[in-house]
Design a protein around this ligand. Structure first.
Ligand code: HT7
Ligand code: ZN
Length: 875
């Protein structure tokens, strides 16, 4: 397969101003008539090349009403070229497609009796022939025809301008979207759907009809999504002055979907997972994710749709920015500190390992074989960190000026990340020249901090050094511009009013913002009366790996006293990591695993605050995952890490059993007395943390979990109890698993949880169990959610069992990749990642993982999606 390179970008030779589509829907034979109003955009261009899936049947081509002679048409692979076209013309093509056979879920397909589309990134070419690239922006008029009783609801982008009945029990609707858009934002839905309706009036008084369309039986679970949408609409007006621009906003929930959701103009299509929720079927975390994804897709209306990407290398232009906006929104809706902790956890566990592996790529990649493989955590989450750093550098007001200028300059255009950075630099009056390396240099920068205090001079000197590691195809990188938020803390945790006497940076309300730009830089603080403890990289002001010369006591101090909640959590994670890695070394040396009593004591102090700040306490007392801890090792010691982390969990569980029980009882009491929704979820969070520790401590905890399972009134509580029992060797385990299945058999999203919980079980028989579950009647490789719930959960979250030394986990994963590849290459490629980490493991595992990758690339009809990831993983 051929690579596409950013350096080869050329503006389109032809533009399309108007698209008139007639889609005559039928299961196996949908007919699409496309009339395109085309104009030459590049002088001298004579041949028009359109993208089109080879499986599409082409039934006719006319230009200005005249059939085009076969001799002028060349159809090769994914393209159709029409020779000698005029300067301006109307092109009409007739194509026929089979939506039922479309298991790739790209283009037009059927999900649970509903016709729906997914066009990002390159799905429109599966529906009709078109210059399928985001810098071709056209107005669309879409006529849908379908059987009236099977598909009473017919939707597309924009406003419905006509509807009526046809012969033979069919009907039609015509939709017009006044905003020019790239083809990836086209959408069409037809089905027998229920509707939850509502309305929103924008601040300029535009009434907007809001609809969520779902299976009728699920309508009672759409309320949270609707409320989230209204909050997002109001927030975008308040914070960014951005208002909705059409009279209607539709969301459709479907069960078969490759990703989370899609921001098609005024017709978002969603995975049911990010719409449906009731307390009995969705956890508190599910509620948060729904709010975040609903907001994310809504925010795309401006950052992505009104201003879109020039080409797919610029994907982070819309995704990084929109993730940052949804993170800001969620922070404002709940607790900013908790949201930051959550986002950093995601970044570290997924993006940092991507950045350290064979698929490492810059936020703006420069080459790809299959663009679907670049919807990555680097483009999304590191991209959001890049935007966040601009926000930090410019301040909230400067950033807002930058956003205003961006829209003033580029509304209605398809632009680049450079255009965005230029608007920010101009509005903020800052030089972002060096900063823009964040877009082009891959790899997580490593920053090291050393502090020294001169009591006689009252001077504290902080030395920061940085190094950007080599990544595939990139070596010898330049130092980055890294914003470091920090403060100097006195003995009671108070912030010291020091003066930054040397080094670039500024004081702000919470301490200092330092600009680290060199490979090594000194920052000198004067007027420091006592030996300070430095609180560094507060709020995780840059996506870097930070190491320091701070002692265990400094970290214990920060855990106890830092006034930045994120930094407190970070100190706790750091201490837990140091402790567990020390125990891994003991394990390897055959020494006894003794847990440092100072750590147990520190956690005891933390949980003493459980009543005042339950959710933060729960975050701090959650140990870093094995995946995260493995990143700190030169070679991941799979079994040693599991043993060490388990030992710490069990020790904390046993040593603090009475404390955990008290936390559990207090939270239960508060919940029973009735508290508001926000408080209730915090109480459940801390209660279930305590339950986890009690479960790790022994049989009494397991009985408590069993009782909680049986009495639960929320999915959060039931699932937390089930998780404890699913990991245990306990007679109740099989009973509750069977009970859970029987209770929720008709709720696919809950059955996904049932699969996941077994996939992440730390029990020794998990590999066999996962293999057996793949034969369960409720399991199917055709549904992406189901595949993710079992196979991705197992391979990405269950380090100890997936990396079983037998290699069984690796084989299971590769077998699954090959089977899924026949149905849905995009999903198959997303499964390969864990095998690509082979360099991080011991010789036995390394070679077993490599063999599976070699087995994949040797398959002759492998998709280019899987080929790209597997071959790059071996390189
Ligand atoms: N912009 C969307 C990205 C996307 C996608 C969504 C659903 C199915 C396939 C997809 N390919 C790419 C989702 C988003 O970031 O909002
Ligand atoms: Zn997005």
């Amino acid at each position: 397969p051929q690579a596409i390179n950013l350096a080869d970008y050329r503006p389109p030779a032809f533009q399309v101003d108007q698209v008139d589509l007639t889609v005559d829907l039928a299961d196996r034979d949908t007919r699409v008539v496309a009339r395109l109003t085309v104009r030459r955009a590049r002088a001298g261009a004579t041949d028009l090349t359109l993208d089109g899936d080879p499986a599409m049947r082409l039934d006719g081509v006319t230009i200005d009403g005249e059939p085009v002679a076969e001799t002028r048409l060349t159809r090769v692979a994914e393209q159709l070229t029409i020779a000698d076209v005029p300067e301006r013309f109307v092109l009409e093509t007739v194509t026929r497609i089979d939506p039922v056979d479309n298991t790739r879920l790209e283009g037009l397909y059927k999900s649970g009796g509903i016709f729906c589309t997914q066009c990002e990134a390159e799905g429109f070419r599966n529906i009709t022939f078109f210059p399928d690239r985001p810098d071709v922006m056209a107005r669309y008029r879409v006529r849908i025809e379908a059987d009236a009783s099977a598909y009473p609801v017919l939707l597309s982008n924009g406003n419905r301008v006509e509807a009526g009945t046809l012969d033979g029990g069919r009907h039609f609707a015509v939709w017009e979207d006044p905003f020019p858009k790239p083809s990836y934002l086209f959408a069409l839905v037809a089905g027998d759907l229920g509707r939850l309706g509502d309305s929103f009036t924008t601040r300029l008084g535009r009434p907007v009809t809001l609809n969520i369309w779902a299976a009728r039986a699920d309508l009672d679970k759409c309320g949270h999504a609707m409320a989230s949408l209204k909050r997002a609409m109001a927030w975008d007006e308040q914070v960014y002055g951005l208002e909705y621009d059409l009279d209607e906003y539709n969301i459709v929930a479907v069960g078969d979907f490759n990703m989370g959701a899609m921001e098609n103009k005024s017709l978002n299509v969603f995975n049911t997972k990010y719409v449906l929720a009731s307390p009995e079927t969705a956890t508190d975390d599910d509620y948060d994710h729904i709010e975040g994804v609903i907001a994310h897709e809504y925010f795309h209306n401006w950052t992505g749709n009104r201003v879109t990407c020039r080409d797919w290398f610029q994907l982070s232009l819309k995704e990084g920015l929109t993730v940052f906006r949804d993170q800001q929104f969620s922070a404002d809706m709940g607790s900013a500190a908790l949201k930051r902790i959550d986002d950093v956890r995601v970044l570290r566990s997924h993006q940092f390992s991507e950045d350290a592996g064979p698929m490492a790529h810059p936020v703006r990649p420069s080459s790809y074989i299959e663009i679907n493989n670049f919807y990555t955590t680097t483009v999304y989450n590191k991209g959001a960190e890049v935007i966040r750093m601009m926000h930090t550098l410019l301040g909230a007001e400067g950033f807002r000026r930058g956003i205003d200028l961006y829209f003033e300059r580029h509304d209605g255009q398809a632009v680049t990340c450079d255009d965005f950075a230029a608007a920010m630099a101009d509005a903020g009056g800052v030089d972002l020249g060096q900063f823009k390396l964040w877009y082009t240099q891959a790899g997580t920068p490593e920053v090291h901090a050393e502090g020294s205090y001169d009591p006689g001079a009252g001077r504290y000197t902080l030395t920061l050094t940085q190094r950007v590691p080599d990544t595939p195809g990139q070596t010898g990188k330049a130092p980055m511009h890294i914003p470091v938020k920090m403060a100097l803390l006195g003995p009671n945790g108070q912030r010291l009013d020091a003066r930054l006497a040397q080094g670039e940076g500024r004081a702000d309300a919470e301490g200092f913002l330092l600009d680290l730009r060199e490979a090594s830089q000194q920052f000198v603080f004067e007027d420091v009366g006592v030996r300070p403890v430095a609180s560094l990289l507060r709020d995780f002001s840059a996506p870097v790996r930070l190491t320091t010369d701070q002692s265990r006591d400094d970290k214990l101090f920060l855990l106890a006293h830092d006034d930045n909640a994120f930094a407190r959590w970070e100190a706790g994670q750091d201490l837990a990591g140091d402790l567990i890695l020390g125990l891994v070394a003991d394990h390897a040396a055959g020494r006894a695993l003794d847990v440092d009593p100072a750590f147990v004591q520190a956690i005891e102090q933390v949980i003493a605050d459980a009543e005042t700040d339950p959710a933060l306490v729960a975050e701090i007392a959650t140990l870093p995952s094995e995946v995260m801890l493995g990143q700190r090792m030169d070679e991941v010691d799979v079994d040693g890490l599991f043993a060490a982390r388990q030992t710490v969990r069990e020790t904390l569980g046993r040593a603090l059993a009475a404390r955990w029980q008290a936390v559990y009882d207090a939270a239960s009491k508060r919940l029973a007395a009735g508290c508001d929704a926000a408080d209730a979820r915090q109480q459940r969070r801390v209660k279930n943390l305590a339950l986890g520790y009690l479960g790790a401590a022994g049989a009494a905890g397991l009985r408590l979990a069993e009782a909680q399972y049986d009495a639960a009134t929320t999915m959060t509580d039931r699932l937390a109890a089930l998780r404890v029992l699913a990991n245990a060797d306990d007679p109740a385990r099989e009973r509750v698993l069977a009970d859970f299945y029987a209770r929720y058999e008709d709720q696919p999203l809950v059955i996904d949880k049932w699969f996941s919980i077994q996939a992440v079980s730390t029990r020794a028989d998990t590999v066999e169990r996962v293999a057996a579950l793949m034969d369960h009647p409720a399991f199917t490789l055709a549904n992406p959610n189901r595949v993710r719930s079992l196979v991705s959960a197992f391979s990405q979250l269950n380090q100890v069992r997936f990396h079983d030394a037998s290699g069984q986990g690796y084989r299971l994963l590769a077998d699954t990749v090959l089977k899924v590849d026949k149905l849905n290459p995009q999903i198959a490629a997303r499964l390969v990642g864990p095998l690509g980490r082979w360099r991080r493991f011991d010789a036995t595992r390394r070679s077993a993982m490599r063999s599976e990758l070699e087995r994949l690339v040797a398959v002759s009809d492998l998709s280019k999606d899987v080929y790209e990831i597997a071959s790059k993983s071996l390189a």
